[in-house]
Design a protein around this ligand. Sequence first.
Ligand SMILES: [Fe+2]
Ligand SMILES: [Fe+2]
Length: 367
Amino acid sequence: MAEKNDFFQSQTVLDFNKSLEPFHLGPLWHAIPELMHKQPTPQAVPYLWKWETLYAKLMEAKDIFTPERGGERRAIYLQNPGLTGRQPWGWASTTQTLYAAVQLILPGETAPSHRHTQSALRFIMKGEGAYSIVQGERIFMEEGDFLTTPKGLWHGHGHPGDKPMIWMDCLDIPTIYAIGGTFFEHYPETIEQPQAPDNYSSHRYAGGMVRPISDRRPQAAPLGSYKWAQTLAALDGLSQYEPDPYDGYAVEYINPSNGRTASPNIASWMQKLPQGFHSKAHRHTHSVIYQVFKGCGYSIIDGVRFDWSEGDFLVIPNWALHEHVALADSYLFSASDLPIMEKFEVDREEGYEGQQAVTGVFEPLLP
Ligand SMILES: [Fe+2]
Ligand SMILES: [Fe+2]
């Protein structure tokens, strides 16, 4: 082996490698170790953003930036420190495939309608009274609601209520950028006007897992909003039985017309981890962005303990070993690139014997 390495470092080989460069050619024998690892070695790192920090920065942003001043949305996105300077578009996304942000809308504000080839989802963290208007339907949002806006649908936001509202956005921006599929379009007028009754799709699905017969044919988003009360009822039902050893009690938001994930490239789950629950450790090729909706606890990722509480965001990169511990009854919303891994047929999961030894504690940045 040493002899082989010596050969590839010999002057003859190095000179030849160099001679290819002016012709925009490259030697595969040199690139293979960097391109083809034995297992995933993501550049994204495990990371945690505290709610205190996100909230403080949103409050600063509210006085400086308004959607009316020409921007699209008052959103601050989460940049994975492992990706800083490593992505061709000049900014770091949250994982290698997904972008996540916190967005604040104030009473009286509107965020103009637009559409794009990236698919978006929203998870409502704080406040009430604002709506998203998706394809002419105003969807009023409450804490714990999940909304989906698959690619190509017009969407804007408005806030006739009286309290600030904050939600999580998650989009497949890095993936669509990487494959060269980005299209973006402004709505001709500022914000689309209602063309359907308010909360129309939620009313049509008030019963939960029964669908109107007209929705037998697959549609992009027959249901725009998944109400927290229904998600909670599903988790309460599950909670009567044994939890999943890795994920506790977990449900997935699906498109009721085709049974697939609610957003085409992003899987969205809500997990309940009861107080005292300590999951088994595992790892998988999909990466996950967690938002702590309620509760507190910690996760151990590759041996490092990440303490979390309400409002925090946590990233588990691809193939990182992880386990969760709930110190109080906890509800975790998550968005992952599982559908992307499944489409490419590289979804893989591996359990770990026992639980990890803690070798370090993550120190979050506070405002
Ligand atoms: Fe958008
Ligand atoms: Fe997991």
